[in-house]
Unconditional design. Structure first.
Length: 297
């Protein structure tokens, strides 16, 4: 595929692997572990194969393999040792490496293979909390450092979303907890919905009735539910939107919307810290993360 990222800078490798560029240069010079190309201006450019090799090196090094010993391994031995380690003590690390490579190479087969290996030892809930959450946090870092392109994020996010939806479909819908309805949505122009999708999964798993409205929903689109006499808990996740200069106005609008109702409004995400100083309706609940909310549901 022509749109697969073929070349990585040493800064890219640092951001993806967590190993400082200075250390990578030392490994390269002293042990000849990587063989980058160089531009006419002498800038190092690393291939997908270099990235994969570095991730395997880091996996072994993090589990007490000395760099001097790793350097003596052939490429085939390095891969075999990494796989063996993955099936014993660090399947999460190996999966994270595979997910990173799958994201940059647009490789659905690699993603599914790593996911299916995880399923041999973990439940879906464990996979999401122990592997997908750290991976998504890492994606956020790659965004900040401009290592990641939107196409890469959209590709991997859609694959994870598919797994959540499959697991929701497999749940026996018994709706045993029918005292309230949860309406899940994202604010207008907010598209980062994986956390919200997983919340929907957890609520359905626990027998609650949910209505999933998805991405980019203006508050006035909730009027039908706000006018309901039944108790409703609205849940939203604030990752990017509303922007900082609009966030207080957004919650003031929420405050007014639920003022004369028996509904609750739950917001998660890093944006909630921007409004914790406001005097809000007691039925507005703020949680720093989706996992914090799950602990009290």
């Amino acid at each position: 595929m022509n749109n697969i990222k073929q070349d990585f800078t040493i800064k890219d490798l640092e951001n993806i692997s967590g190993i400082k560029a200075h250390t990578i240069r030392i490994w390269e010079k002293r042990y000849n572990l990587l063989q980058p190309k160089r531009t006419e201006t002498n800038i190092r450019l690393y291939s997908n194969e270099n990235l994969q090799k570095l991730l395997n090196i880091v996996l072994l090094n993090n589990h007490n393999f000395k760099i001097s010993k790793i350097a003596k391994m052939s490429d085939e031995e390095l891969i075999l040792q990494s796989r063996e380690l993955a099936f014993t003590t660090s399947i999460n690390d190996e999966a994270l490496n595979s997910f990173k490579l799958a994201m940059f190479q647009f490789d659905k087969q690699l993603f599914n293979s790593a996911y299916n290996k995880l399923l041999q030892k973990k439940t879906f809930r464990e996979i999401f909390k122990e592997v997908f959450v750290p991976f998504l946090n890492h994606i956020g870092l790659l965004w900040q450092t401009e290592t990641l392109k939107p196409a890469n994020e959209h590709f991997i996010s859609n694959l994870i979303a598919q797994k959540i939806l499959i697991n929701i479909e497999e749940i026996q819908f018994n709706n045993s907890n029918t005292t309230k309805t949860y309406v899940l949505f994202l604010p207008e122009n907010e598209i980062h919905e994986l956390g919200l999708l997983y919340l929907n999964y957890e609520l359905v798993l626990r027998g609650f009735h949910t209505i999933y409205l998805g991405q980019s929903l203006p508050l006035n689109n909730l009027d039908y539910f706000l006018e309901s006499k039944n108790e409703i808990s609205f849940i939203t996740s604030l990752t990017i939107k509303p922007y900082d200069d609009k966030i207080e106005d957004y919650f003031k609008e929420v405050n007014a919307a639920i003022a004369d109702t028996n509904h609750t409004f739950i917001a998660t995400g890093n944006k909630v810290n921007k409004v914790k100083h406001l005097k809000l309706n007691e039925r507005i609940q703020l949680y720093d993360s989706m996992l914090d909310l799950l602990n009290v549901l």
